[in-house]
Design a protein around this ligand. Sequence first.
Ligand SMILES: Cc1cc2nc3c(=O)[nH]c(=O)nc-3n(C[C@H](O)[C@H](O)[C@H](O)COP(=O)(O)O)c2cc1C
Length: 121
Amino acid sequence: MFIVVDSLTGLSMKFAAHLKYPVYRIGYDEIPFDKGEYFLLTRSFNFGEIPISTIEVLRKHHQNCIGVAVSGNKNWGTNYGAAGDKIQQIYGIPLVHKYEGTGFPQDVQVVEQYLLERENN
Ligand SMILES: Cc1cc2nc3c(=O)[nH]c(=O)nc-3n(C[C@H](O)[C@H](O)[C@H](O)COP(=O)(O)O)c2cc1C
């Protein structure tokens, strides 16, 4: 298991640093997609759209993606974290959580708990 992050301004990188898995950032790191399952952290842009860089990854590797969490900002109203809803709809990947900015400890806990349950099943 590893974490794949699509982060523009680095907020989701801070979230990912709390998770006990290797973290790879899209556009920065060589991502070992042949190593099996991963969890995706991404963001929304342009009124709730999925970033192109995330789409490129999911087109090729959605089958190994076990879940997604999305960083956003509630100021975007109904488009808050909307990329996550779209990823769930399009690819059938569970939307585990939406969080603002870097997230709070309780946000990290939701994702940690999900990953733990997946590891134990
Ligand atoms: C141009 C632009 C568009 C954005 N659009 C949305 C949006 O539609 N929905 C949302 O929840 N957040 C939106 N945001 C906020 C970012 O998703 C939010 O700041 C996020 O925490 C950034 O994470 P990152 O630092 O990991 O890239 C937008 C930010 C920018 C700069």
